[in-house]
Design a protein around this ligand. Structure first.
Ligand code: TRP
Length: 461
């Protein structure tokens, strides 16, 4: 006898949880530093294009696959096609989730550790970016601190996934997300009003196209997938807990909107401060930890705000690590018949162990590089820029060519009858995007950035 699959407790449950998955360090930590490394406004425009013509259509598709099949990524493909290849795509997604979780929890650990730095008032001892950067480097340089925080954060994640989908995930998201949003706006306003802050706005909104290289396209695409939790089945898994009474298109649109809004607000908050304090925008992964403490020292009630901020950032990260863990869990529970508790303990511990090399990339292994990347940077690159776009490409191909768009549209209509009554053009736009635009564009970007396209073109010259 099969047990009835758990469903989200309310109509907004899916949106909240999916937004919780999407909104996290990707928006507040990764978006600013990737923008900084890729020259600002021109990159942001590429990124927004990727989100609109690739991210949103693929998100819709992914959620729809999950909702229709009501299974984990591997089982979903297996339920929708007889072809043996497709479950492996789900498998690649689960592997990607495991890797992402391992380094993501390292950064989430920093955020968590910064709560205590804030409480200790450490930020107020350094009101220049250099002092803040030194402090960050000495913390991440400490093996015990960085591995300890990784352990603490993985434990938190395990604790929540251990207690199940609805109870754990849904409850938290409802209160914390709006709070984070408000606090970010406060920090952003302080940034804009800082002396010289407007230079940051020019950096963010006045494009300098000379900064764009073929690799910038891949970075923009990769960031798009990463921030929307796309391309590895996380949204598929969350979609599988969704009821057919809820509209996939409108919830997807809301998620994309919220996620993009938060990234842009975080961008403004960070870069106004970066330029006002004369920092280097391309500092890399440490950027927000070098910048924000300085902003807090310049704020009224900065002490209080800094504590709340890092608490909320940690919670935003937690709702994302939960979604990553949930993908692995759903697979082992559905397909391998493991007990939920066992998956959490086994894979939570494995993720912690696998995360250690990433943590050591900031201290003991900082000089150990592969292709010029530390282990941490390499894992980010492989997952965000290669595995996720590849997963997205395959999902788009699956929807456009394997599942059959007619069947897909029948599923899409469920819960979205109103949208369909009013007009059909939106559905047609989506069909064209998912069948032609998304796969072709992702394919070109992937080929281009690996240099394969250049080699092919050279043959013709
Ligand atoms: N999107 C999250 C963020 O921006 C991170 C994340 C959670 C993720 N689940 C994912 C990224 C699945 C890729 C795939 O912080």
């Amino acid at each position: 006898m099969e047990k009835k699959r758990e469903n989200w407790g309310s109509k907004t449950g899916f949106i909240l949880a999916a937004a919780g998955s999407a909104i996290g360090l990707g928006n507040i930590w990764r978006f600013p530093y990737v923008v900084g490394e890729n020259g600002g406004a021109a990159f942001i425009i590429l990124y927004l294009l990727c989100i609109a013509i690739i991210g949103l259509p693929v998100l819709l598709g992914e959620v729809l696959i999950g909702r229709t099949a009501q299974r984990n990524p591997v089982g979903s493909f297996r339920a929708l096609t007889k072809l043996k290849f497709w479950p492996y795509v789900g498998g690649m997604g689960i592997a990607a989730g495991f890797i992402i979780l391992s380094y993501y929890a390292v950064v989430a650990g920093w955020s968590f550790g910064y709560i205590f730095e804030a409480i200790a008032g450490s930020f107020f001892e350094f009101n220049t970016p250099d002092a803040a950067a030194n402090h960050f480097n000495s913390l991440t340089g400490n093996v015990y601190w960085i591995v300890g925080m990784l352990a603490v954060f993985m434990s938190l994640t395990m604790l929540i996934v251990y207690f199940g989908v609805q109870k754990g995930i849904e409850r938290g998201s409802k209160i914390m997300m709006p709070a984070l949003f408000i606090l970010l706006i406060i920090v952003m306003i302080r940034g804009i009003t800082m002396e010289g802050g407007s230079e940051g706005l020019s950096f963010l909104f006045e494009p300098d196209w000379s900064k764009i290289t073929p690799l910038t396209f891949l970075e923009a695409l990769g960031q798009g997938f990463f921030t929307l939790s796309l391309g590895m089945g996380a949204m598929m898994t969350y979609g599988s807990y969704m009821s057919v009474k809820d509209s996939v298109p409108s919830s997807s649109l809301q998620i994309v909107f919220l996620d993009t809004l938060i990234a842009l607000i975080a961008g403004v908050a960070i870069f106004t401060a970066v330029f006002s304090t004369g920092m280097n925008p391309s500092e890399g992964p440490g950027l927000i930890f070098h910048t924000l403490p300085v902003v807090f020292t310049k704020m009224t009630s900065g002490f209080l705000f800094s504590i709340i901020f890092f608490i909320l950032l940690s919670i935003a990260a937690l709702t994302s690590t939960i979604s990553l863990m949930e993908v692995i869990t759903a697979y082992y529970v559905d397909e391998r018949k493991w007990k939920r508790h066992k998956v959490v303990v086994v894979f939570g511990s494995l993720t912690f162990l696998f995360g250690i090399p990433s943590a050591l990339s900031f201290n003991l292994l900082s000089n150990f590089t592969i292709f010029g990347f530390t282990i941490f940077d390499l894992l980010i690159y492989i997952t965000a820029n290669i595995m996720l776009p590849l997963g997205g490409l395959l999902i788009a191909i699956f929807i456009g060519y394997v599942w059959g768009l007619d069947k897909v549209v029948v599923e899409l209509k469920k819960g979205a009858e109103k949208l369909f009554e009013r007009s059909h053009w939106r559905v047609n736009v989506w069909k064209v995007l998912i069948k032609y635009f998304a796969p072709v564009l992702i394919f070109i970007v992937l080929l281009h950035s690996t240099g394969i396209l250049r080699k092919i073109l050279n043959i013709f010259n």
